[in-house]
Write a protein that binds this ligand. Structure first.
Ligand code: NMX
Ligand code: MLT
Length: 455
C-alpha cells in the first residue's frame, strides 16, 4: 500500500489556535497507520463478489470503494462521520440566534472526523471568508455563455475555469512530494468551497435577476450568504433553509455518481477543480441531482391537471399514468436506501414548522401518502420511498426561488463539501489511480460456457 513507513500511532494534539491544516497534519499519520495495518493484515479478505448480474446492472449494491467520511445504511440512511442526519442537525454548532448549523462546522466534521465546537466551526467560516473572492474572469466566462445555458452547465464551467488557480497543480509541477499531496488538496478545497455561494448567486442573478449582483455580507455565515446574495437577506427563514439545504446535500457516501465521478477523476491526480467540475456533470443527470427540478415540475403538473386540490384517487391515477407513459416518478426510489430518506424527513420537519399551509407542501405530503403504494404495486421498484429530491424544490419554491432549473446548482454547492473532503483524504492516504478491468459479452460467454443455465 500506500505509505510504507506509516507505523507510528501517537495521540494527535494541537494548539488551541492551530489552523485546519495543522490539525489535519496531526491526525493524518495515525489514520495512515490504521489503513496500512488493515491492508497488511487483511489485504486478501473478500468484501464482495462480482457477478454477471452486477456487471450489467450498474454494479448495484456492490462494495467497490472506501470513503472515510460517510456511509449510507439502507435501513437508516446516511451517517456523516458516524452521526445520523438528526444528530448532525442537533449537535453541529449554530450561529447565535439561528436554528440550523453552520456549514463551516459540517466541513470541519467531514474533514476532521470529530464534532466541532462553535470556535472550530467559525475557524472554517473565517477561512472561507478570507478566500471567498472570485476572480473576474470567472464571471466573464459565465457572461459569455448563451443566455439560456443550463445553470448546471454554468456551474460546472465556472468551477473548471478556476483550475488555473490550483495550488495542487502548480506545486505538483514543482517539487510536491506524495506525502504532502493532501496539504495542497486542502488548500484547493478551501479556496474552491469558499467561493461557491458567490458563484451560485452570480449564476442565479445573471439568469433570473437581470444581472443585479449583491456583495457578500461579512457578518453572515457561508450558507446564509447565498440567500443574501440573491436578494433574500432580510428573509431570516430562507437563510435558515439555506443552512439546512447545504448541510443535507453535502455527502451520501463515496459511491453515488457525483462523488464517485469526482473520486475517479481525482485518482489521476487531476486537481480539485477538474474533479468537482466532473462530479457536477454527473449530478446534472435526471436520475441523480436533476431529479429535484424534475420533481418540482411533476408536482406542478399534478396541480395544473386538477381544478382543486387532488383527491387520493386522482393522485393515484396521475402517478399510474406517469408510470404507464414509461417515466419515473422523480424524488422516489433509491439505489441503496430501503427506507424514507432521513434528508427528506428533515426537510418535512422544516416545512411543518415554517410553511405548514403551503399548498405545494400539502401536495408533497399527499404524494408521500399515495405514491409508495403505487410504486410498490409495480412489483419492480426496490425502494418505493421518497428521497432527498421529493421535497427540496418545494421549499425553494415557497420562498420565491421558482426557477427550478437552478435547484441542482444548490445541491451541487452542498455536494462539493463532501467531494472535496473525500479528495483531501484520498490524497492523504495516497490512494492510487482507479483502474479496474472490463470484459466483453464474448468474454463472459466464454467464462460461462459449459456451466448449466440458471433459467
Ligand atoms: N419511478 C418509476 N420507476 C422507478 C422508480 C421511480 N421513482 N424508481 C425505480 N424505478 C424502476 C427503475 O426504473 C427500474 O425499472 P426497469 O427495471 O424497468 O429499468 C426498476 O424500478 C428497478 O429499479 P430500482 O432497483 O428500484 O432502482 P435503481 O437502483 O435502478 O435506481 C433511482 C435508483 C434513484 C435511479 C430510481 O429509483 C429513480 O429513477 N428514481 C427517480 C429519480 C430520482 O428520484 N432520482 C434521485 C435520486 C436521489 N438523488 O438525489 O440523486
Ligand atoms: C445522493 O445524495 O447522492 C443521492 O441520494 C444518490 C445516491 O446516493 O446514489
Amino acid at each position: 500500500m500506500i505509505f510504507e513507513d506509516s507505523v507510528s500511532v501517537t495521540t494527535p494534539t494541537w494548539r488551541k489556535d492551530a489552523s485546519l491544516i495543522e490539525r489535519m497534519a496531526a491526525i493524518i499519520p495515525a489514520h495512515r497507520a490504521r489503513v496500512t495495518k488493515l491492508v497488511r493484515s487483511h489485504g486478501s479478505f473478500v468484501v464482495d463478489q462480482v457477478t454477471i448480474d452486477r456487471l450489467y446492472g450498474g454494479l448495484r449494491g456492490m462494495t467497490v470503494l472506501v470513503s472515510e467520511i460517510s456511509k449510507v445504511d439502507p435501513q437508516y440512511g446516511i451517517r456523516l462521520r458516524g452521526y445520523t442526519i438528526q444528530e448532525v442537525l442537533d449537535l453541529l454548532p449554530k450561529a447565535p440566534g439561528t436554528e440550523y448549523p453552520l456549514a463551516g462546522g459540517l466541513y470541519y466534521l467531514l474533514l476532521m472526523g470529530e464534532m466541532p465546537t462553535l470556535e472550530d466551526a467559525l475557524m472554517v467560516e473565517n477561512e472561507w471568508k478570507a478566500r471567498s473572492h472570485v476572480p473576474d474572469y470567472v464571471f466573464n466566462v459565465l457572461k459569455s455563455l448563451p443566455a439560456d445555458t443550463h445553470p448546471m452547465t454554468m456551474f460546472s464551467q465556472a468551477i473548471l475555469s478556476m483550475q488555473h488557480e490550483s495550488v495542487f497543480a502548480r506545486r505538483y509541477n514543482e517539487d510536491l512530494q506524495k506525502v504532502d499531496y493532501w496539504e495542497a488538496a486542502l488548500e484547493d478545497s478551501l479556496n474552491l468551497t469558499a467561493k461557491l455561494p458567490t458563484i451560485a448567486a452570480f449564476i442565479y442573478n445573471l439568469r433570473y435577476r437581470d444581472g443585479q449582483f449583491i456583495s457578500p455580507d461579512p457578518n453572515l455565515d457561508w450558507s446564509a450568504n447565498f440567500g443574501h446574495m440573491i436578494g433574500k437577506g432580510k428573509d431570516s427563514d430562507y437563510l435558515e433553509l439555506c443552512r439546512l439545504f447545504f448541510v443535507l446535500h453535502s455527502d451520501h457516501e463515496g459511491a453515488n455518481v457525483s462523488a464517485h465521478t469526482a473520486h475517479l477523476v481525482g485518482s489521476t491526480l487531476s486537481d480539485i477543480y477538474y474533479s468537482c467540475s466532473a462530479g457536477i456533470n454527473g449530478l446534472a443527470g435526471p436520475l441523480h441531482g436533476l431529479a429535484n427540478q424534475k420533481c418540482l415540475r411533476w408536482l406542478l403538473s399534478v396541480r395544473e391537471s386538477f381544478e382543486s386540490f387532488p383527491t387520493r384517487d386522482q393522485l393515484e391515477k396521475f402517478a399510474s399514468d406517469t408510470l404507464n407513459a414509461g417515466k419515473v416518478i422523480p424524488g422516489y426510489g433509491h439505489a441503496v436506501l430501503r427506507t424514507v430518506d432521513p434528508r427528506f424527513t428533515a426537510q418535512l420537519k422544516f416545512a411543518d414548522k415554517y410553511l405548514p399551509q403551503d399548498e405545494l407542501f400539502k401536495l408533497v405530503k399527499l404524494v408521500y401518502e399515495v405514491v409508495p403504494d403505487v410504486l410498490q404495486k409495480t412489483g419492480k421498484v426496490k425502494n418505493p420511498w421518497p428521497n432527498v429530491d421529493a421535497i427540496n424544490g418545494t421549499l425553494q419554491y415557497h420562498y420565491g426561488v421558482k426557477e427550478f432549473e437552478f435547484y441542482t446548482v444548490l445541491f451541487g454547492v452542498g455536494r462539493i463539501m463532501g467531494i472535496t473532503a473525500n479528495n483531501v483524504w484520498a490524497r492523504a492516504l495516497g490512494l492510487p489511480i482507479e483502474r479496474p478491468v472490463s470484459l466483453t459479452t464474448g468474454n463472459l460467454e466464454e467464462l460461462t460456457a459449459g456451466i448449466s443455465s440458471q433459467i
